[in-house]
Design a protein. Structure first.
Length: 667
DNA sequence: TGTCGCGGCGTAGATTTACC
DNA sequence: GGTAAATCTACGCCGCGACA
């Protein structure tokens, strides 16, 4: 065992002390009843066994104490070992620390040397930097001084430039301002001009609007407020309205109510009251007998008129209507009715009357009755007394230029009756005239006939010389004679051929035929001169179309007639045998339509379609014509194909059908 | 102041409507 | 189908108002 060192010695001392304490403690423990087994009670006389038991228990307890002590001893030994190990460790550590201390001393010494070297270098660097700084500072100061000097100079220059800039700016600003002002002025002038123009336009518009408004207001007032009277007298329109309402079945006493009710519905005011029943009665009278008087007077004043008539049946009764178309004054206020240039064509209603039948004789009798009644009415009227003249019933016939009818069968017969009647009237008139003027009139007829030339006829757009020869010479000569007298005397203006659409002997233009009632009812009614029932546009177009078609047909017919007139009747058989189809047809047309050959007239064209047949018919007709001439011309054509003397029937695009009706020709 | 146009009234006759 | 009432028509007469 190694000799104990100081630390070990110390540790031993500690252990001894601890052991002493333990001993004392053990002594104390023994002394303490709790630590030591309890002292045995005073020995009593006990059994051995109990004594052994107590001893065993004491032994057990002691053994337990021994065990405990041993454990403590072991613990102390362990602690001692630990302490020993610690001591060894500390010694080792101390040795290590000493070595480290020495190393550190060495390092410190080296570090100090290095430190001093570094410090020297740094101090040199600092010195060098200080020197550089001093130099840079000097240079910087110099530069600053130079810059300050330059700054001072630049500031002065800048001040001067600023002054110049201010001056320039002021100048530029002034020019810009001027330019701006000029631009603004131009803009404002443009705006002003535009505004002025707009103002002028607006003023014009306002003026126009004012005028328009004024006109519209006036027109509105005119339309809104209807004055049925002028100067206290009911206007023709008012009277016509009353008559129409009466015809429509309105009682005279209810007409005022009806008119007012209509006006209220239409937004129209009627100035003052509408006419009373009594005045309505007067208006009806004016539309009846008074109208007849007026028509009679107009017929006497007019250069001529056209009569249109038609018939129809209603509930088994036959009715005949008649109206005339003639030049009549307008009767408008402030118009000179004596000036014929202001006259216009009017269609006047004559009558609608029941008839027993629709025969030609009945129609003719009706016309005679109308003429007689009209002459009587006018001659007995106060109007005739004031004008100090009367109307002769023959004047109606003298003034009648044309008749319009729609029935071929009875119409042609009626034309013949009318023509005969008029011829008689005109002959009587001419006779009276001849008696008045002796033989002057006769010579005048001849002179007038001789003075009519082809040029005159051509200028009038009428028949040429050849046409005159081709047509029925006798009829035309008679008409020319009548016309010549009429022209020379200017008294009889009605010496026209019946049914000539355009009178050939003076400048009086007669309008085309009026549409008849059972052909175009609406158009006919509206064409009848009624101022209130105006022709509707559709009917007008329809009527215009019909008239145009008829005019075209008439023109076509006239061309055919002219072609017919230009055809010379060929009597040479050699020439007839050389004729071609068209020439043969022309020859047949002359025989058929001019000479009224009774055989050819009844022969339809479809049965004369070949050259041979046509040539045969032409040769036969030639033989008959030569025979007729050799017989002195006494052989007249049969009545069936001959028109009444001085009657020319213009069918106006219509032709006679098999049933006697006139039907429109196809164009 | 005379003339003219209009409306109102009365009367007679014709026509339509309601009723038996 | 007849009859009475209602309605419509025609017309003369008279007064009123506008106008020259």
């Amino acid at each position: 065992m190694p000799p104990p060192n100081k630390r070990r010695i110390k540790a031993l001392r500690v252990n001894r002390a601890r052991n002493k304490n333990d001993d004392s403690d053990s002594a104390d423990d023994e002394a303490t009843p709790s630590a030591l087994p309890a002292p045995l009670p005073a020995a009593k006389p006990a059994s051995l066994r109990s004594e052994v038991a107590e001893k065993d228990a004491r032994i057990t307890e002691l053994e337990a104490v021994i065990i405990d002590l041993r454990c403590d001893l072991l613990a102390l030994q362990t602690a001692h070992e630990h302490l020993w190990l610690d001591t060894v460790s500390l010694l080792h550590s101390t040795r290590t620390v000493l070595l480290a201390h020495n190393a550190l001393k060495t390092l410190k010494r080296k570090a100090d040397i290095a430190h001093f070297d570094e410090l020297g270098r740094r101090q040199k660097h600092i010195h060098r930097l200080e020197v550089d700084h001093t130099r840079k500072e000097e240079r910087t100061n110099f530069s600053i001084l130079a810059l300050e000097s330059s700054l001072y100079d630049n500031s002065a220059c800048n001040t001067q430039l600023r002054l110049d800039l201010d001056t320039t700016s002021q100048l530029n600003s002034r020019d810009a301002t001027i330019n701006n002002l000029k631009a603004s002025l131009l803009t404002k002038q443009t705006t002003l001009t535009e505004t002025r123009n707009r103002l002028y336009a607006v003023l014009k518009q306002a003026n126009r609007a004012k005028l328009s408004l004024k006109e519209i207001k006036m027109a509105y007032n005119v339309l809104r407020i209807w004055n049925p009277t002028e100067g206290g007298e009911y206007t023709e329109a008012a009277c016509e309205l009353a008559r129409l309402l009466t015809r429509a079945g309105c009682a005279a006493s209810k007409i005022e109510f009806a008119v007012k009710a209509c006006a209220q519905a239409f937004g129209i005011q009627i100035r003052r009251c509408f006419m009373s029943a009594r005045t309505v009665g007067r208006a009806l009278e004016e539309g009846g007998k008074y109208a007849e008087m007026q028509v009679a007077r107009e017929i006497m004043e007019a250069p001529g008129f056209v009569e249109s008539s038609d018939g129809t049946s209603h509930h088994g009764l036959t009715y005949e209507s008649c109206h005339v178309t003639l030049l009549a004054p307008s009767y408008t206020p402030n118009t000179d009715d004596s000036d014929q240039s202001t006259w216009t064509y009017k269609t006047r209603f004559m009558e609608v009357t029941a008839a027993l039948d629709h025969t030609a004789q009945r129609q003719f009798d009706g016309t005679v009755e109308i003429a007689t009644r009209m002459a009587s009415t006018y001659s007995r009227s106060p109007l005739a007394a004031r004008e100090r003249r009367v109307m002769d019933k023959n004047e109606y016939w003298q003034k009648k230029l044309e008749e319009m009818k729609d029935h071929a069968a009875d119409g042609k017969k009626a034309f013949r009756l009318s023509t005969a009647h008029k011829t008689d009237i005109v002959t009587r008139y001419l006779g009276r005239l001849a008696m008045d003027e002796a033989d002057v009139a006769t010579s005048h007829i001849l002179l007038t006939m001789l003075s009519i030339t082809n040029e005159d006829l051509a200028d009038a757009g009428k028949l040429s010389d050849s046409e005159l020869q081709a047509l029925v010479t006798k009829q035309l000569i008679a008409s020319v004679a009548v016309a010549a007298i009429k022209i020379s005397t200017s008294l009889n203006t009605a010496t026209k051929l019946f049914n000539a659409p355009i009178p050939p002997f003076d400048n009086v233009h007669v309008p085309p035929p009026v549409l008849l009632a059972n052909k175009a009812n609406t158009a006919a009614i509206n064409n009848s001169g009624n101022d209130i029932l105006k022709l509707s546009l559709r009917n007008a177009e329809k009527a215009e179309k019909v008239l145009k078609r008829r005019e075209a047909a008439a023109s076509k017919k006239k061309t055919k007639a002219a072609q017919l007139a230009a055809t010379q009747l060929e009597l040479d058989t050699n020439k007839i045998n050389l004729m071609i189809l068209a020439l043969l047809k022309n020859q047949l047309a002359v025989y058929r339509n001019v000479l009224k050959n009774p055989i050819l007239t009844k022969k339809p064209w479809k049965d004369m379609s070949t050259v041979a047949i046509r040539r045969t018919f032409v040769l036969e007709a030639r033989d008959r014509e030569l025979a007729r001439k050799n017989a002195g011309g006494s052989e007249e054509p049969s009545e069936a194909g001959v028109e009444f003397a001085s009657t020319v029937i213009i069918e106006f695009g219509f032709s006679e059908a098999d049933d006697g009706e006139w039907v429109e020709e196809e164009i």
